[in-house]
Design a protein around this ligand. Structure first.
Ligand code: GDP
Length: 477
């Protein structure tokens, strides 16, 4: 049997255990097969291949000459109340072009501003949802939207838990960071302390011999904004070669979408390459249709839009999810067929994933089999006192040496999609104390097979976790 072969390869396995990729490769070799592990991205690429769509062709030699510089795409992250929203407002109103057009009026999920930089007119695209939530949601789908992250740190408060969370997310995604040291107008502001604190996280200021740009700003007084935008451009130019071919059928990523009563599915997409035009047949995730209208952040109707431009698209059959890729196809039929095939693939994948996700009940077994050594938890409660009390008690559980308990995120309020996304990325269990999930979060948890547990007494939660860690939690049927 396979188990025997594995045993001879020095691998102890049971018949139902899942194996890592390396083991599969060795196993295949032993049995005389070549084993290929197909990732969801590969699978999608293969699907598109059957429709003669080759995304790799994008960078072939003949295209090289057609590649044009494109604007960087920026996400603003940082601790709550450190000024992310204010910064996005300040940037929005700093736009020279916006002044003429009467200002950016629509919130479509992203906007573009223009700055004079080294005598050139340069554009920068901002994702208009502050925080790392959107970033995480898109990463959970494998989408890479952000080129540069602005990490906002209030100079009167310094580095806080979500500052670290945000920079971890950016660093894990290999996204260069520019630090905006905000609120320097405030009494008690201490920018050099921020600089010093962040050196611990490999963000070393140029002044200290590092490579990270720190810019002092006041989002409130709108000071330092131009310098910050220049720092973004300098960082992008130094570390990334951002180019795209505008002369192709468009493709990119959906960053926000909703169902509008009058207009149907409205999706904001970020074009990553090519040019999107009215009348194009498109597929976005499992939604498809024909571009009926395009709007920019000024609410202006457009005929077409090029690389790094965010635009609202009307005409899709359903609402795509943030992070879904979109592309233009040769005709309507192809778009529909791709959407339908994707839908089928997704259902299968979701089933497979939810089988693989850990629940508190299988944690014990996985622990015994040595497949896990950390129980990751996300805590949500109705009041902060309860969340803290729960966290304190959980961290007091004597778990022994072989296993660790890690609380990767905590917060007050209903369980949100972001909580579930974080849980899928880190294979965590979500604990809700006197809170319920939002409807969307519940659906997502179900789709992804994330274990969400509800308690109304702290000891109920403590008991379950303790029992699971000690191997005594009985499966619920
Ligand atoms: P977010 O939670 O990170 O989006 O933070 P907000 O942008 O909502 O800002 C939180 C609070 O800090 C608000 O009351 C802002 O007015 C204030 N704030 C933001 N930037 C500055 C600043 O540069 N200086 C001062 N003094 N206050 C600021």
């Amino acid at each position: 049997s396979l188990v025997t072969v594995l045993f001879h390869l020095g691998e102890m396995a049971t018949a139902t255990q899942s194996l890592d990729e390396d083991t599969f490769a060795v196993l295949g070799e032993e049995l005389g097969y070549k084993i290929e592990i197909v990732s969801p991205e590969d699978e999608d690429r293969e699907l598109l291949g059957t429709f003669d769509i080759d995304l790799e062709g994008e960078l072939s030699a003949e295209d090289e000459a057609e590649l044009m510089p494109r604007p960087p795409v920026v996400t603003v992250m940082g601790h709550v109340d450190h000024g992310k929203t204010k910064l996005l407002d300040a940037v929005r109103s700093s736009d020279v072009v916006a002044g003429e057009a009467g200002g950016i009026t629509q919130h479509i999920g992203a906007y573009q501003v223009h700055v004079e930089h080294e005598d050139q007119d340069r554009a920068i695209t901002f994702i208009d949802t502050p925080g790392h939530e959107a970033f995480t949601a898109m990463r959970a789908r494998g989408a890479k939207v952000t080129d540069v992250a602005i990490l906002v740190v209030a100079a009167d408060d310094g580095v806080m838990p979500q500052t670290i969370e945000a920079l971890n997310h950016a660093q894990a995604a290999n996204v260069p960071i520019v630090v905006a040291v905000n609120k320097v107008d405030k009494e008690g502001a201490n920018p050099s302390k921020v600089m010093q604190q962040l050196t611990e996280y490999n963000l070393v200021a140029e002044q200290y011999g590092g490579e990270t740009m720190f810019v002092e700003i006041s989002a409130l007084k709108r000071m330092g904004i131009k310098e910050l935008l220049e720092a973004v451009l300098l960082t992008a130019d130094a570390e990334l070669e951002l180019r795209a071919n505008p002369e192709k059928n468009a493709r990119g990523i959906a960053i926000e979408a909703n169902l509008d009563k009058g207009r149907g599915a409205v999706a904001t997409v970020l074009i990553q390459s090519g040019t999107l035009r009215q009348g194009d047949a498109i597929v976005a995730g499992t939604a498809y249709g024909r571009v009926r209208a395009l709007f920019d952040e000024y609410g202006k109707s457009l005929d077409e839009a090029g690389p790094a431009r965010p635009v609202q698209v009307l005409g899709l059959s359903s609402v795509p999810r943030a992070g879904d890729t979109f592309l233009v196809t040769s005709d309507d039929r192809t778009a529909r067929q791709i959407a339908e095939k994707r839908d089928a693939i997704e259902r299968n994948a979701a089933q497979a994933r939810s089988r693989k996700r850990i629940s508190l009940e299988d944690f014990t077994k996985a622990l015994e089999e040595g497949k896990v050594d950390t129980l990751n938890l996300i805590l949500k409660g109705d009041v902060s006192g309860a969340v803290e009390a729960l966290e304190d008690s959980l961290l007091k559980i004597d778990v022994g040496d072989d296993v660790a308990l890690r609380i990767i995120h905590r917060g007050v309020g209903a369980i949100t999609e972001n909580d579930i996304n974080l849980a899928t990325v880190d294979n965590a269990i979500v604990i809700g104390f006197n809170v319920r999930p939002e409807a969307k979060a519940r659906d997502l948890a179900e789709r992804e097979g994330v274990d969400v547990r509800y308690y109304s007494v702290i000891y109920g939660a403590i008991d379950d976790i303790e029992n699971s860690l000690k191997g005594m939690l009985k499966p619920e049927y």
